[in-house]
Design a protein around this ligand. Structure first.
Ligand SMILES: Nc1nc2c(c(=O)[nH]1)N[C@H]1C(S)=C(S)[C@@H](COP(=O)(O)OP(=O)(O)OC[C@H]3O[C@@H](n4cnc5c(N)ncnc54)[C@H](O)[C@@H]3O)O[C@H]1N2
Ligand code: MOO
Length: 434
């Protein structure tokens, strides 16, 4: 499949729909918790054991029987016998009988017999003096776990006790399928004892830039050469979208080199993104190679013209035995990046099962006039969006080589197909890039 109906001009929405229609979310796999960060859970997770699993203290203090301290006050502190320490992790705490207290640490299990905790600040801390501000380290003062304690304030039943299951009872739904795993969801999974979870994995996105003029950053330029910025931009954008990016260095404008690179990369790719070589020049190697099927199998790549600026020439298809989606983006740096945001990012998010697949679009007041937007093409101008003011201003011009202006933008201003001029202070649609 080389170019389909070469004269047909596709709208942005038609191309996007065609790409997404041909993608299916990746098969779920089981991953360690941290490897699953940012991924979508595919199963409901229930709480296997109550959280917390046992009644425990929320304060450093003394585990008591609440009836013993019901009338304690500064004038007549209640004196209790200290029978030992209960530290966090203690499996066999002593039983607290009437008239007794056990020194207890935050998170330690409430000992049998006790039904409340008195914070150490409400006691003399076993010193025989005034209210304590804390406990001395057990290593420095082992005697603190014995002797007497004077309690100055009452603690009712359940005071400073975190009841078993008060966070999440056993059997309760912890997380529902479809939840994206951020740090707090990972905290909950770990807390309920899950080490691994089934999620849709991050797609492995192989980024290949093409062009015999391209030199790696860090190397000095000869005449006619430029640094390869697209493979960096696209790999970074792929990561930002949630993918694992494999950046392949620039491939020369030579069909055999590109075919070799694709054959090498197909085994590890869930998506392939190329940049350059898709317009109408004599060295447009991506079009030349993939348009002829590349001998790579799959359904082939179709090259199209889109009614957009930048990003007019685009290729899309499924290649190789595994029908790996390949998006061939134009080489101009702004065209490549804008195309990524509009088509590749939604593709990545679709494969991950993430919603929404698109960047947010808002309406904003455009503080400067725009003129000369190409008729019949949806234009995406770079802009700076001020959320607090609800305004946007164009940054740089419309040229698709303006990388410096792109780096100062945080949004794309959308000028519709049927609009060529926008008056200052008119409302425009803005795609937010952050
Ligand atoms: N006669 C016509 N010429 C062009 C047309 C057209 O319709 N008729 N379309 C123009 C448009 S629009 C675009 S976009 C570009 C797309 O060209 P290609 O995808 O074939 O890209 P290249 O020719 O390889 O490169 C274009 C431009 O971008 C620079 N480039 C390429 N790769 C990188 C990279 N990795 N890092 C930095 N810069 C890169 C390259 O040096 C060129 O300057 O075609 C127009 N021409
Ligand atoms: O479509 Mo090209 O991307 O206008 O520069």
């Amino acid at each position: 499949m080389s170019s389909g109906n070469a004269d047909r001009v596709w709208s942005v929405d038609e191309h996007l729909a065609d790409v997404l229609r041909q993608l299916t979310p990746l098969e779920p796999i089981e991953l360690h918790l941290l490897d699953a960060q940012g991924c979508v859970l595919v199963d409901d997770v229930t709480v296997p054991v109550a959280l917390p699993p046992f009644d425990n203290s929320s304060m450093d203090g003394y585990a008591v029987r609440s009836a013993d301290v019901a009338r304690a006050d500064d004038a007549s502190p209640r004196v209790l016998k200290v029978i030992g320490d209960v530290a966090a992790g203690d499996g066999t705490p002593p039983t607290v009988h009437p008239g007794q207290a056990a020194r207890i640490m935050t998170g330690a299990p409430l000992p049998p017999g006790a039904d409340a905790v008195v914070p150490v600040e409400w006691t003399d801390g076993g010193t025989g003096g005034g209210p304590a501000s804390g406990m001395r380290a057990h290593s420095a003062d082992p005697a603190g776990a014995t002797g007497q304690v004077r309690v100055h304030r009452p603690a009712g039943p359940g005071a400073h006790v975190r009841a078993r299951g008060s966070d999440a009872p056993a059997g309760e739904l912890a997380l529902t399928a479809g939840t994206r795993l951020g740090p707090s969801q990972i905290a909950l999974l770990a807390a309920v004892g899950r080490a691994r979870v089934r999620v849709r994995p991050r797609p492995r996105v192989v980024v290949i830039s093409t062009g015999s003029e391209l030199i790696a950053p860090g190397e000095s330029l000869g005449h006619g050469q430029i640094h390869d910025s697209n493979s960096y931009a696209l790999a970074a954008a792929a990561r930002d979208a949630g993918a694992i990016a494999y950046r392949v260095g620039a491939v020369a404008d030579d069909a055999d080199s590109l075919r070799d690179a694709l054959e090498d990369q197909l085994v590890r790719a869930d998506v392939i993104v190329t940049s350059g070589g898709v317009s109408v020049g004599a060295y447009d190697v991506v079009k030349e190679t993939l348009g002829e099927g590349a001998g790579l199998g799959g359904r082939g790549v179709e090259f199209r013209k889109l009614a957009m600026q930048p990003g007019k020439p685009q290729g899309f298809g499924l290649i190789g035995a595994e029908h790996v989606p390949l998006l061939a983006l134009p080489g101009n740096p702004v065209s490549a990046y804008v195309s990524f945001e509009l088509f590749v990012r939604p593709a990545i998010r679709t494969l991950m099962g993430l919603e929404p697949v698109h960047r947010a679009t808002v309406t904003a007041r455009c503080t400067a006039a725009i003129d000369g937007s190409p008729k019949g093409r949806r234009q995406f101008l770079r802009g700076w969006y001020e959320a607090g003011e609800g305004t946007v201003r164009p940054v740089g011009g419309s040229g698709s080589h303006l990388i410096a202006a792109l780096a100062r933008a945080n949004a794309l201003i959308v000028v519709p197909e049927d609009v060529t001029d926008v008056a200052a202070d008119a409302d425009v649609d803005v795609v937010l890039l952050t």
